[in-house]
Design a protein. Structure first.
Length: 234
């Protein structure tokens, strides 16, 4: 039996399809987990003209909000930050190489773009793209390295009001380009932790530390990033 191998373009197409399938799975899970909105209570009927209000319609002392209800209202004010819905964001980072290769490389910059959806106060899913601006080789015998990564990530939040710590892990692919040596890509895992600080209900500043753990053809090109950026909540 003749064993056929996929071309590099074919392998990359399958990886993109796998990432898209994971994105669809996580997003559908988040949507299914979204709790149904409670129905708004109907307004109290007003008496018609010429009709005397009954004793039952008159406000009683028991209608005054209790202390517990007031505190509940304050909690609802904090819940605006952990509400369900989508977000987009962008940021920059410092990329620290952790290459398993001989040679010396300068560290790189990185630019990231992200979009996500939060179906529960503690759970969300995020699609993230990251571009590496370049790890410059310090020896003439080595080649400069740049690349990009795309991952689908599950995100767990700790809602604390306008400050929300979180952890995240996901899978995708990493594409590495070495000058004069061609491109390589393969699956990679992303592990990250960070903090969202809301400056308004729709805007937040985030801090993030992450580690990319690649596999297969790019397993030698691990790196970590430390960065910040802006988020917009819909």
């Amino acid at each position: 039996m003749v064993k056929r191998e996929l071309s590099p373009d074919g392998r990359q197409a399958w990886r993109i399809l796998a990432v898209a399938a994971l994105a669809a799975f996580f997003l559908s899970s988040a949507l299914v987990a979204t709790p149904a909105r409670a129905e708004e209570p109907s307004a109290r009927e007003e008496p018609s003209a010429g009709e005397e209000p009954s004793a039952g319609d008159a406000p009683s002392a028991g209608d005054a909000p209790a202390e517990g209800e007031v505190r509940s209202g304050e909690a609802e004010g904090d819940a605006v930050y952990s509400r369900e819905g989508a977000w987009v964001g962008a940021g920059g980072a410092f990329a620290d190489e952790d290459f398993d290769r001989d040679g010396s490389y300068d560290n790189s910059g990185a630019v990231s773009f992200r979009a996500g959806y939060r179906g529960l106060p503690h759970v969300g899913v995020e699609l993230l793209g990251e571009v590496l601006t370049g790890f410059d080789a310090n020896k003439a015998s080595d080649r400069d390295v740049d690349g990009f990564a795309v991952t689908v990530n599950g995100k767990l939040f700790l809602p604390l009001g306008f400050v929300e710590p979180w952890v995240m892990t996901g899978i995708g692919f990493l594409d590495i380009d070495r000058d004069d040596r061609g491109r390589r890509d393969d699956f990679a895992f992303r592990f990250a932790t960070g903090l969202d600080v809301y400056v308004a209900p729709r805007f937040a500043v985030y801090l993030e530390g992450a580690y990319m753990l690649p596999t297969g053809d790019v397993s030698d090109w691990a790196y970590s990033t430390y960065g910040a950026g802006l988020l917009f909540r819909f």
